[in-house]
Design a protein around this ligand. Sequence first.
Ligand code: ATP
Length: 222
Amino acid sequence: MKTLQALYGGTFDPVHYGHLKPVEVLANLIGLQRVIIMPNNVPPHRLQPEATSEQRKTMLELAIADKPLFRLDERELRRDTPSWTAQTLQAWREEQGPDAPLAFIIGQDSLLSFPSWYQYDTILNNSHLIVCRRPGYPLTMKEEVHQQWLEAHLTPHVDDLHTLPAGKIYLAETPWFDISATQIRQRLQNGQSCAEMLPEAVLRYIQQQGLYQKTDNDALKG
Ligand code: ATP
């Protein structure tokens, strides 16, 4: 039997403990040996990141340097077209073959917006979805039809993730971390400390690069 592999996508502008810690706990909870972190290039439904692709990649490298659980995959970063998760997972499935158990990890906020993702309903054909808890977001979908979709795929059985190649949604009981990249960017702009929110090496790099600082334009706006 092939081992379960998981992909973890995001903007990581910057990467923080709210990304890393729930997934480390998740790996222990469900017996996951490898998580592939895949930063995206042009997030289709979001504003452009403040850091460049190169800077986001370097921050991730620094963050996972001492964490063998994670491996960085630059395929979306190298593309100059939008990153569509559905297409990335389709390509990954073709690489790994029809029987390999594959999963895509998301936070609870992403589950709520999931039905607005490009071809979201095809994603479960190629992978499972594993959802980490995130404070401040409800556990049920806004629309009844999406709640029904969720319930039709939910499983409480970790074994399903290991034995089936795709198709299940698992709500993992990971700890809550009330941290977001938006909050970190704002705090840094205001000169507030972020010491407990992201790895020290990443914070040092942010300072070296002068990232997320108040710009002259901001100063003019007051
Ligand atoms: P931003 O504040 O810029 O929107 P973010 O902190 O939400 O960014 P992303 O890079 O957009 O980070 O998120 C990548 C993935 O990590 C998403 O699936 C998101 O749900 C998840 N995630 C981010 N922060 C947390 C957190 N504190 N707890 C659980 N999951 C999280």
